[in-house]
Unconditional design. Structure first.
Length: 242
């Protein structure tokens, strides 16, 4: 009977959560927790709900309860990493990202780890990862390229981006950074076609603004005004495109 009650409370909590009623969803979980105070699912869902409410200390307290019982609970570790990043607590996020990668050494988790290392300016550690014997996919190559770009090595960054693009020519984050670096290096013949392609498939204020700059350089003023207007409409509150 107790198991049935717990399942009903959890089911009702999920329904309320999906409707955006986070506090009533928490109340359902507390009822379930009163029956089984060490249930991983209940504690984890409470952490998720408190994170959604922006109550990070309460969310972390429930995460820690789960990790005390199971130090390798992947969902809670990932949630903890996410909260630390929101709080800009990069050192703690780094520690968690390393544990996550040890637990699940996937390319996605490696890319997240490199992203955090880059935010912490741990450039030497990132270069060591680059030198490893690992097969680096496009996501990982992008994050390493970002680190080189942030440390004023645009040519090296471009090499890595081109390699990543060869592995996955649909990766738009790679394409955008490639286009920006080509532009900075005044290789407009390579830069402009990429911006034009991105404008068709994933338009943004930044992309339309770059196309406006190209039009200005070509003295096509009416086209430039159109692109700049598109950029402004896509990000009306951004003074850069006003």
């Amino acid at each position: 009977m107790n198991d049935t009650e717990i399942l009903n409370y959890i089911k009702k909590s999920f329904e309320l959560k999906n409707q955006g009623f986070y506090k009533p969803a928490i109340e359902m979980l507390y009822k379930a927790l009163a029956i089984d105070g060490e249930n991983f699912e209940i504690l984890t869902q409470l952490a998720h709900l408190y994170k959604l409410l922006g109550n990070f200390p309460r969310a972390i307290s429930y995460i820690e309860k789960v990790l005390e019982i199971n130090a390798k609970h992947f969902d809670c570790m990932s949630l903890l990493e996410e909260i630390y990043l929101i709080q800009d607590n990069l050192e703690c996020a780094k520690d968690v990202s390393e544990k996550i990668y040890e637990l699940q050494p996937t390319s996605q988790n490696l890319a997240k780890k490199i992203n955090i290392l880059n935010k912490l300016n741990c450039f030497d550690e990132i270069k060591e990862i680059e030198k490893s014997s690992l097969e680096l996919n496009d996501e990982v190559l992008y994050e390493i390229a970002c680190a080189y770009y942030a440390n004023n090595y645009p040519e090296k960054s471009l090499q890595l981006l081109e390699l990543g693009h060869a592995k996955n020519n649909k990766n738009k984050t790679i394409m955008l950074l490639m286009a920006k670096i080509y532009y900075e290096l005044k290789n407009f013949k390579k830069s402009k076609p990429i911006f034009e392609e991105l404008s068709q498939t994933a338009p943004s204020a930044e992309i339309q603004n770059y196309l406006g700059l190209f039009s200005l350089n070509e003295k096509n003023f009416s086209q430039a005004v159109e692109y700049f207007s598109q950029a402004q409409s896509l990000e009306e509150k951004n003074p850069e495109y006003a």
